[in-house]
Design a binder for this molecule. Structure first.
Ligand SMILES: *Cc1c(COP(=O)(O)O)cnc(C)c1O
Length: 222
């Protein structure tokens, strides 16, 4: 089995190649290494290989390993990429560096209150349910405008971009195109989209953050 350092090199090269093909610069695409449910040894391998940006989807899981890792690698950037409950907002603001999953007013308010309490101004993304799937989190495209207005103007959150997870059974490009269009409407510079199976497509559609888990670390513990 290839080690993490080699796989990282391969993925970075692939990002570069894909970026060039799309007339983009690799430096404009951030690889978020999704370390959820991966053994800590593998995460340390990635850190030792120079990877600094990671994604976790559950506050409780991240709390078990990341305080120690953050002490050892203080320049890490940890993204929350899973749904947040308002009773976990304090812990989330304490542990994470970027929140990608603002999807409703209640969460926006809880985060704003915690950022004020902890004197932080973390970059945030709004998650959009581009496929309008009942079971998926994210704000519906037609409700994005009012959530953005609330989060940015009223609550003063540092909204930098949009994030989406396309339906598994649809061509991702349509969803990436929609997310790009929505971000353009609100002048938001960042687009978090694309996972192991579709990050190349996402890069073609202007992703600035791609979230790669199994493609880097291998299968997750279930
Ligand atoms: C798990 C997860 C990923 C990574 O998925 P892979 O298919 O393992 O690359 C990306 N984004 C989110 C929101 C996730 O929950």
């Amino acid at each position: 089995m290839a080690d993490i350092a080699d796989t990282l090199t391969d993925i970075r090269q692939d990002i570069k190649k894909t970026a060039l093909k799309s007339g983009r610069k690799a430096e404009d695409i951030k690889l978020v290494a999704v370390s959820k449910r991966q053994p800590v040894e593998k995460i340390i391998e990635a850190l030792e290989a120079g990877q600094r940006c990671f994604g976790e989807n559950r506050v409780q899981d991240a709390q078990k390993i990341w305080p120690d890792l953050a002490a050892r690698y203080p320049d890490k950037t940890l993204h929350l990429i899973g749904p947040l409950q308002s009773n976990k907002a304090a812990e989330a603001v304490k542990l994470f560096d970027v929140i990608e999953t603002i999807d409703r007013p209640k969460i926006a308010r809880a985060l704003a209150a915690e950022m004020a309490a902890q004197n932080k101004d973390l970059p945030c993304f709004i998650q959009v349910n581009t496929g309008e799937e009942a079971q998926k989190s994210g704000v519906l495209p037609q409700d994005l405008g009012s959530l953005y207005q609330l989060a940015k103007a009223e609550l003063g959150l540092n909204i930098v971009g949009l994030m989406c997870i396309p339906p598994i059974d649809e061509a991702p490009g349509l969803h990436f195109a929609l997310l790009r269009k929505l971000a353009g409407q609100f002048d938001l510079p960042c687009l978090s989209m694309g996972m192991s199976s579709d990050y190349q497509t996402a890069i073609k559609f202007s992703a600035t953050h791609i979230r790669v888990g199994t493609g880097l670390f291998g299968a997750r513990d279930s």
